[in-house]
Every structure is written in C-alpha cells, then in structure tokens.
Design a protein around this ligand. Sequence first.
Ligand code: CTP
Ligand code: CA
Length: 225
Amino acid sequence: LAGRSPQKPLAGRRVLVTSGPTHEPIDPVRYLANRSSGRQGHAIAAAAAEAGAEVTLISGPVAIADPKGVTIVRVETAREMLAAVEAALPADLAVFAAAVGDWRPAQDSTSKIKKDGAAVPPLSLVENPDILATIAKRSEGRPKLVVGFAAETDSVIAHARAKIARKGCDLLVANDVSAEGGVMGGTANTIHLLDRDGGLETWPTLDKDEVGRRLVERFAARLAP
Ligand code: CTP
Ligand code: CA
C-alpha cells in the first residue's frame, strides 16, 4: 500500500481502539465505574497514528489528554461503546483496551433516588454485552487482527489462556492489576502477550507509552503480508 515503510508500518490501515472505563448510570447523579485511566488504550491509539494508521479511538470518560492525530468518539456506557465500535467498522486492527463495566444497574432511574424512607435502595445488576467477543466472533466484517486485554489479580496466565479462547481474539495483552502493581490508573505496565497458538511473552515493566509503541510494532508485523 502507498506510503507503507519501516517508519509508517500501518500506513493505509484502519485501526479501532477502545479505551478507558465505562460509566453505568444508577440515576442522573450516580454511576458505577472502575479505576481505568485510559492511559494504555490512548497510548496504543497514539502509537498507531504515529505508525501511519487511520485511527478511531472510542473512549469512556477519562481525565487524560486526547492523543494527536486520531478521531475520538466519546461514550459513557458499555452499550454506547458497542454501538460506536460497530459504527467505526470496518477496520484492519481492533484493540479492545477499555475496562468495560461487566454489569449495569437493572434500572436507570430518570429521577434522583432519594434517601427518604427507611430502606436502602436495592441495586440489582444485569450483564453488559461483551464488545470484544461480539466483534471477534463476527462471521462477516471481522477485523483481520483482534486484540483483547485481560485485567487479572491472580493466576494471570491461566486466566488469560482461558480468556483468549473464550473471547475468540487473536492476541491477548494480560496484566496483573493486583493492588501492589498499581497498574490501573498508573503510568507503568507489566504485560504478558499471548497468542492463540500458545505463544507467551512476558515484558519488563515499561512506561505505558512505550508499551503502546512496542505493541503497535507487533500488531503491524502480524498484519504484514
Ligand atoms: N470486554 C468487552 N466487553 C465487556 C467486557 C470486557 O469488550 N463487556 C473486553 C475488554 O475490553 C478486554 C477483554 O474483554 O479486552 C477482557 O476484559 P476482562 O474484564 O479482563 O474480562 P471479562 O471477560 O470481563 O472477565 P472478568 O472481568 O470476569 O475477568
Ligand atoms: Ca470484566
């Protein structure tokens, strides 16, 4: 393709990245969320743009700067994120770095839930759609390379192996988010990169920007003819 070079290995490629947490509303003033900062997903989007790709970054609510040279679609909930991902297809590469809320409140009250009355309000949850699995298992229009993430606090590799099979993705970036690691919300990351054929690499602890650049190199190599 025109313009592809060692410096721009993703020139002419369409790349989609999800990043950040989701917010799942309880009522107009409250929501369920998680500790994701969006740093790793945003770093991947920036590195892909730097590598020459046309990048769409679909981001949950984050407090970090927009990466340069990417199209940003801002969403709040998992269901909005799924719709935005589907609207952004087709893509050559899809990277699902977002920490998608697994559950949402069964009811999203249109008015603020009040304290008055004796009982604590019940909070019942329903499961959100699995965005990664939905896209990875598509029969038509599946991106050539689908990359998932796994946030684990124990038995990281075993859980990651099960996850890559269950989700149907080609590569999985696994990280240990147990408290002492401080990965969620932090600026450094220690990852394991797994593929579907049993391949496993463990990388040294690196700045999330550097992890993003190195991952993009790997993705470009996998996409190369
Ligand atoms: N993911 C997704 N949609 C969801 C949940 C997760 O797209 N509703 C994606 C994440 O972006 C990530 C991968 O699936 O790429 C794994 O997310 P993770 O939370 O580690 O796995 P789960 O399947 O949700 O399992 P659990 O949280 O129980 O470990
Ligand atoms: Ca999850």
